[in-house]
Design a protein around this ligand. Sequence first.
Ligand SMILES: [Zn+2]
Length: 245
Amino acid sequence: MSRSLRSMVLELVMENGGESSVDDVADAVGEPVVEVLRAVRGSPYLELEGDTIRSVRTEVEGYLEVRGPKPVLITAPHAQGPRADVFTGEIAYKVARATGANALVATVSRAMTVDGRPLDLNREWTRDHPFRRRIEELKEEGVRFIVDVHGMADDPLRPEIDLGTLGGRTMRASLVRRIIDRLEELGFDVGYEQEFYGGDIVEYHCDGRDVQGVQVELSESLRAPGSNRGFLAVLAIVNVLLGEC
Ligand SMILES: [Zn+2]
Protein backbone atom coordinates (compact mmCIF):
# COMPACT_ATOMS: atom_id res chain seq x y z
CA MET A 1 0.00 0.00 0.00
CA SER A 2 1.44 3.31 -0.97
CA ARG A 3 1.50 6.25 1.39
CA SER A 4 -0.20 8.39 -1.24
CA LEU A 5 -3.31 6.16 -1.18
CA ARG A 6 -3.54 6.69 2.58
CA SER A 7 -3.43 10.47 2.19
CA MET A 8 -5.81 10.42 -0.81
CA VAL A 9 -8.36 8.47 1.23
CA LEU A 10 -8.02 10.97 4.08
CA GLU A 11 -8.51 13.93 1.79
CA LEU A 12 -11.55 12.34 0.20
CA VAL A 13 -13.17 11.47 3.53
CA MET A 14 -12.58 15.01 4.79
CA GLU A 15 -13.97 16.45 1.58
CA ASN A 16 -17.13 14.42 2.23
CA GLY A 17 -17.64 16.11 5.60
CA GLY A 18 -15.57 13.68 7.68
CA GLU A 19 -17.14 10.35 6.80
CA SER A 20 -17.66 8.09 3.78
CA SER A 21 -18.56 4.49 3.09
CA VAL A 22 -15.72 2.11 2.27
CA ASP A 23 -17.32 1.23 -1.09
CA ASP A 24 -17.70 4.87 -2.13
CA VAL A 25 -14.09 5.62 -1.28
CA ALA A 26 -12.85 2.54 -3.15
CA ASP A 27 -14.85 3.63 -6.23
CA ALA A 28 -13.60 7.20 -6.00
CA VAL A 29 -9.92 6.30 -5.73
CA GLY A 30 -10.18 3.37 -8.15
CA GLU A 31 -8.60 0.84 -5.77
CA PRO A 32 -9.90 -2.49 -4.41
CA VAL A 33 -11.75 -2.36 -1.09
CA VAL A 34 -9.02 -4.45 0.56
CA GLU A 35 -6.41 -1.81 -0.30
CA VAL A 36 -8.60 0.99 1.02
CA LEU A 37 -9.11 -0.91 4.30
CA ARG A 38 -5.36 -1.39 4.64
CA ALA A 39 -4.84 2.34 4.10
CA VAL A 40 -7.40 3.18 6.78
CA ARG A 41 -5.83 0.80 9.30
CA GLY A 42 -2.39 2.30 8.70
CA SER A 43 -3.46 5.88 9.24
CA PRO A 44 -3.52 7.65 12.60
CA TYR A 45 -6.12 10.03 11.14
CA LEU A 46 -8.67 7.53 9.87
CA GLU A 47 -10.99 5.26 11.79
CA LEU A 48 -13.24 2.46 10.62
CA GLU A 49 -16.65 1.83 12.12
CA GLY A 50 -18.57 -0.89 10.29
CA ASP A 51 -18.60 0.17 6.64
CA THR A 52 -17.94 3.83 7.42
CA ILE A 53 -14.58 5.57 7.33
CA ARG A 54 -14.18 8.64 9.56
CA SER A 55 -11.44 11.24 9.76
CA VAL A 56 -10.25 11.80 13.33
CA ARG A 57 -7.80 14.05 15.20
CA THR A 58 -7.11 16.33 12.27
CA GLU A 59 -8.34 19.42 14.12
CA VAL A 60 -6.04 21.97 15.70
CA GLU A 61 -6.25 20.93 19.35
CA GLY A 62 -3.09 22.17 21.00
CA TYR A 63 -0.87 19.13 20.78
CA LEU A 64 1.03 16.76 18.51
CA GLU A 65 0.84 13.03 19.11
CA VAL A 66 3.17 10.12 18.48
CA ARG A 67 1.26 6.85 18.74
CA GLY A 68 3.32 3.79 19.57
CA PRO A 69 2.58 0.18 20.56
CA LYS A 70 4.22 0.35 24.02
CA PRO A 71 2.29 1.16 27.23
CA VAL A 72 4.43 4.21 28.07
CA LEU A 73 3.39 7.82 27.42
CA ILE A 74 5.85 10.72 27.38
CA THR A 75 4.24 14.13 27.89
CA ALA A 76 5.77 17.54 27.20
CA PRO A 77 3.14 20.05 28.39
CA HIS A 78 5.47 23.07 28.33
CA ALA A 79 7.03 22.43 24.92
CA GLN A 80 5.64 25.54 23.23
CA GLY A 81 7.03 29.04 23.71
CA PRO A 82 6.84 31.70 24.93
CA ARG A 83 7.98 30.42 28.33
CA ALA A 84 8.77 26.96 26.95
CA ASP A 85 10.76 24.21 28.62
CA VAL A 86 12.96 24.41 25.55
CA PHE A 87 13.51 21.19 23.55
CA THR A 88 11.37 19.01 25.86
CA GLY A 89 8.94 18.45 22.96
CA GLU A 90 11.75 17.38 20.68
CA ILE A 91 13.11 15.01 23.33
CA ALA A 92 9.66 13.48 23.96
CA TYR A 93 9.08 13.02 20.22
CA LYS A 94 12.49 11.45 19.57
CA VAL A 95 12.36 9.06 22.54
CA ALA A 96 8.85 7.93 21.57
CA ARG A 97 10.03 7.27 18.01
CA ALA A 98 13.11 5.42 19.32
CA THR A 99 11.23 3.17 21.76
CA GLY A 100 7.71 2.62 20.42
CA ALA A 101 6.28 4.66 23.29
CA ASN A 102 3.59 7.32 22.86
CA ALA A 103 4.15 11.06 23.14
CA LEU A 104 2.00 14.14 23.53
CA VAL A 105 3.72 17.43 22.78
CA ALA A 106 1.88 20.67 23.60
CA THR A 107 1.55 23.27 20.87
CA VAL A 108 -0.02 25.85 23.19
CA SER A 109 1.97 28.08 25.52
CA ARG A 110 1.40 28.69 29.22
CA ALA A 111 1.87 32.35 28.32
CA MET A 112 -1.61 32.14 26.75
CA THR A 113 -4.54 32.68 29.07
CA VAL A 114 -8.03 31.22 29.25
CA ASP A 115 -10.59 32.87 31.54
CA GLY A 116 -7.80 34.91 33.06
CA ARG A 117 -5.67 31.91 33.97
CA PRO A 118 -2.51 30.65 32.24
CA LEU A 119 -3.03 27.81 29.75
CA ASP A 120 -0.61 25.68 31.73
CA LEU A 121 -1.32 22.03 30.91
CA ASN A 122 0.26 20.91 34.17
CA ARG A 123 -2.34 22.73 36.28
CA GLU A 124 -5.64 21.39 37.56
CA TRP A 125 -7.78 23.97 35.74
CA THR A 126 -6.67 22.54 32.38
CA ARG A 127 -7.85 18.98 33.10
CA ASP A 128 -10.54 19.44 30.47
CA HIS A 129 -8.16 20.60 27.73
CA PRO A 130 -7.87 18.17 24.74
CA PHE A 131 -4.23 17.44 25.69
CA ARG A 132 -5.34 16.26 29.14
CA ARG A 133 -8.37 14.39 27.85
CA ARG A 134 -6.12 12.59 25.37
CA ILE A 135 -3.98 11.31 28.26
CA GLU A 136 -7.11 9.68 29.72
CA GLU A 137 -7.98 8.12 26.33
CA LEU A 138 -4.47 6.71 25.96
CA LYS A 139 -4.80 5.13 29.41
CA GLU A 140 -8.00 3.47 28.23
CA GLU A 141 -6.01 2.25 25.22
CA GLY A 142 -3.39 0.61 27.44
CA VAL A 143 -0.90 3.21 28.71
CA ARG A 144 0.42 2.15 32.14
CA PHE A 145 3.33 4.55 32.69
CA ILE A 146 3.63 8.33 32.22
CA VAL A 147 6.91 10.22 31.97
CA ASP A 148 6.16 13.95 32.23
CA VAL A 149 9.14 15.88 30.86
CA HIS A 150 10.03 19.43 31.96
CA GLY A 151 12.95 21.79 31.95
CA MET A 152 14.53 23.69 34.84
CA ALA A 153 17.24 26.33 34.87
CA ASP A 154 20.82 25.36 35.70
CA ASP A 155 21.66 26.07 39.31
CA PRO A 156 24.73 24.92 41.25
CA LEU A 157 22.42 23.91 44.10
CA ARG A 158 20.24 21.74 41.85
CA PRO A 159 20.91 18.28 40.43
CA GLU A 160 20.97 17.78 36.64
CA ILE A 161 17.74 15.79 36.87
CA ASP A 162 15.06 16.10 39.54
CA LEU A 163 12.40 13.37 39.73
CA GLY A 164 8.98 14.04 41.25
CA THR A 165 6.32 11.53 42.37
CA LEU A 166 4.34 13.62 44.86
CA GLY A 167 6.11 12.07 47.80
CA GLY A 168 5.86 8.55 46.37
CA ARG A 169 2.14 8.62 45.58
CA THR A 170 2.46 8.30 41.80
CA MET A 171 5.15 5.59 41.52
CA ARG A 172 6.29 2.65 43.61
CA ALA A 173 9.49 3.32 45.56
CA SER A 174 11.22 0.26 44.11
CA LEU A 175 10.63 1.52 40.57
CA VAL A 176 11.85 5.03 41.38
CA ARG A 177 14.95 3.38 42.85
CA ARG A 178 15.60 1.47 39.61
CA ILE A 179 15.28 4.67 37.58
CA ILE A 180 17.68 6.57 39.85
CA ASP A 181 20.20 3.69 39.82
CA ARG A 182 20.13 3.52 36.03
CA LEU A 183 20.54 7.29 35.60
CA GLU A 184 23.44 7.31 38.06
CA GLU A 185 25.05 4.40 36.22
CA LEU A 186 24.95 6.62 33.14
CA GLY A 187 26.72 9.40 35.01
CA PHE A 188 23.81 11.74 35.70
CA ASP A 189 23.53 13.77 38.90
CA VAL A 190 20.01 12.82 40.00
CA GLY A 191 17.80 14.32 42.67
CA TYR A 192 14.58 12.92 44.06
CA GLU A 193 12.05 15.64 44.86
CA GLN A 194 14.88 17.95 45.74
CA GLU A 195 12.90 20.92 44.45
CA PHE A 196 10.16 19.58 42.15
CA TYR A 197 7.58 17.20 43.60
CA GLY A 198 5.42 16.73 40.54
CA GLY A 199 2.50 18.65 39.08
CA ASP A 200 -1.08 18.04 38.09
CA ILE A 201 -0.33 15.63 35.23
CA VAL A 202 1.10 12.96 37.53
CA GLU A 203 -1.35 14.01 40.27
CA TYR A 204 -4.46 13.56 38.11
CA HIS A 205 -3.54 10.78 35.70
CA CYS A 206 -1.45 8.44 37.90
CA ASP A 207 -2.73 6.45 40.85
CA GLY A 208 0.66 4.87 41.63
CA ARG A 209 -0.65 1.34 41.01
CA ASP A 210 -2.43 0.73 37.68
CA VAL A 211 -0.87 3.83 36.15
CA GLN A 212 2.47 4.97 37.52
CA GLY A 213 4.11 8.25 36.60
CA VAL A 214 7.09 10.44 37.25
CA GLN A 215 7.77 14.10 36.56
CA VAL A 216 11.25 14.61 35.14
CA GLU A 217 12.94 18.01 35.35
CA LEU A 218 15.93 18.30 33.03
CA SER A 219 18.50 21.03 33.63
CA GLU A 220 19.19 23.52 30.87
CA SER A 221 22.63 22.07 30.10
CA LEU A 222 21.07 18.65 29.40
CA ARG A 223 18.92 20.42 26.80
CA ALA A 224 21.64 22.52 25.16
CA PRO A 225 21.65 22.56 21.35
CA GLY A 226 23.91 19.79 20.09
CA SER A 227 23.68 17.80 23.34
CA ASN A 228 22.03 14.39 23.47
CA ARG A 229 22.15 14.07 27.28
CA GLY A 230 18.50 15.00 27.79
CA PHE A 231 17.47 12.46 25.17
CA LEU A 232 19.64 9.78 26.81
CA ALA A 233 18.16 10.48 30.25
CA VAL A 234 14.55 10.14 29.08
CA LEU A 235 15.44 7.13 26.91
CA ALA A 236 16.95 5.39 29.95
CA ILE A 237 13.86 6.14 32.08
CA VAL A 238 11.52 4.78 29.39
CA ASN A 239 13.67 1.66 29.01
CA VAL A 240 13.48 0.98 32.76
CA LEU A 241 9.68 1.29 32.56
CA LEU A 242 9.49 -0.97 29.50
CA GLY A 243 11.38 -3.54 31.53
CA GLU A 244 8.33 -3.62 33.83
CA CYS A 245 5.93 -4.52 31.01
ZN1 LIG B 1 7.56 22.52 32.79
